[in-house]
Ligand binder design. Sequence first.
Ligand SMILES: CC(=O)SCCNC(=O)CCNC(=O)[C@H](O)C(C)(C)COP(=O)(O)OP(=O)(O)OC[C@H]1O[C@@H](n2cnc3c(N)ncnc32)[C@H](O)[C@@H]1OP(=O)(O)O
Ligand SMILES: CC(C)C(=O)C(=O)O
Ligand SMILES: [Mn+2]
Length: 510
Amino acid sequence: MKRKIMVFDTTLRDGEQVPGAKLNLHQKIEIAQQLKRLNVDIIEAGFPASSAGDFQAVQEIARSVGNSVSITALARAVKSDIDAVYESIKLAQNPLIHVVLGTSNIHVEKKFNRSKEAVMQMGVDAVKYAKTLLPQVQYSTEDASRSDFEYLWETIEAVVKAGATMINVPDTVGYAVPEEFGELIRKINERLKNLDDRVILSVHCHNDLGLATANTLSAIKNGAEKVECTINGLGERAGNASLEEVVMGLKVRENYFNGYTNINTTELHRTSRLVSHLTGLDVQVNKAITGENAFAHSSGIHQDGLLKDKQVYEIMSPEEVGADSMELILTARSGRHAFKNAVEKMGFDTSDAEDFEELFAKFLTLADAKKEVYDHDVFYLVTNHGTVEQSSKQLYELESFQVVSNDLYPTATVKLNKGSESMKGSAVGDGPIDALYSAIKTLVGLEIQLKDYKINSLSRGMEAVGRVNIRVEYQGKIYSGRAMDTDIIKASANAFLNGINGILLDLVKD
Ligand SMILES: CC(=O)SCCNC(=O)CCNC(=O)[C@H](O)C(C)(C)COP(=O)(O)OP(=O)(O)OC[C@H]1O[C@@H](n2cnc3c(N)ncnc32)[C@H](O)[C@@H]1OP(=O)(O)O
Ligand SMILES: CC(C)C(=O)C(=O)O
Ligand SMILES: [Mn+2]
């Protein structure tokens, strides 16, 4: 029979330990509510002893979200920490106290400077105390993967006897490798079976060597029943095992792992975007499951294969994780099949082979120049087929610009070309980009509203390329534009013009 694997989300505790990821009370509640929709089994809401603000956030989450999902929070093996956890989560329907204490020689000697017996006793006392408050107590043997096995086991045995109901085995510094970590879990699981008390065996892996997901899956294969993860893999240093990767790994390879989770996978993408938006931490474009390119296919051979059958290059569907449907990005590396598919999707006929070859050649020229070809570009190519040069006169191009940023009158001057026509305009704005977009709008003369503006750095260092994505509204319809440049002001102008050209091509169509 397949085993149910419990999912414990620690985005709001380990994830929030990330520099720059600080969330306010409302943002934490919003994320907790989304985690509930995702259907995680346990939410670790924070570390209430750390500050009054964190205490309040955990308390609010327990009160408002904890009526259908188990809520926990972290404590050191310190009475006042355990009290803070209890006081903040006691209103949840299924509260769980989480106590952590190191078991490795490094922690015992360097961090606590006590004997192994004394540290173990601290853990036992902490569990005994927590049990006087709540029936459910999880004990984490911090740095388990670098611990001496017999001491680790003695600690587990002692805290289970003291009343711990879940044993969590962390690879705190991301040191373990999958085979070895799986073996550790198998050994602990074997010994747990001989105890009188029934406890849940859990793992918590970090990604310092990029192995957090692999180690977590290996632990499941070897008997772990519960996994601790975070959305987008956020967490200390290189982060924790990413929830979306572990869950989909288990789902796609369900027969291999002989297990399943109760996660509503169609909420994964939305959850990832919400966490990214609220923490301000971008998801890397090639991140498994939730990265922007996770379901984008850009090379001709792949696109051809996918169009013949999705299974050729797809192991899960984007719909399954709540992402937009399969995206074929047209570039100069695309082939005839993908281009034909895009043209036909717009309702055009491609049966004239000679005509199609000519169109394809023009597409390659455009793709070499533009790098990425959007639907409106394809539309433009097809509708102006034969008169491409003439029709390009309808589109705007940036010739030059000057932007002055100050706190009095941010000003911009732009020079645009539209075919042989050249035009120049200036405007002031609330800031440099606002001034730039106002100057462009005065020249273009369309009633456009900027709905979204996003800038990302695609690399680091002096030569970093900025990518600007914008969305504009014109006559109730949304158009998007995108551009990249090492000069972010230029990228901003070109992204805006890209959106405007999309509008113009739509007007030609109508
Ligand atoms: C692997 C993990 O992710 S563990 C969780 C990490 N999360 C956090 O640290 C949450 C944020 N932390 C905080 O707000 C603070 O560090 C607090 C409130 C926990 C403690 O603050 P302070 O009392 O000022 O102590 P500080 O952080 O400087 O030092 C930690 C102390 O806790 C002790 N300690 C560390 N881990 C544990 C533990 N698991 N159990 C008991 N004591 C512990 C240390 O030995 C040290 O004590 P010492 O002063 O006797 O040497
Ligand atoms: C609190 C524990 C589980 C932890 O975060 C770790 O060891 O990494
Ligand atoms: Mn951790």
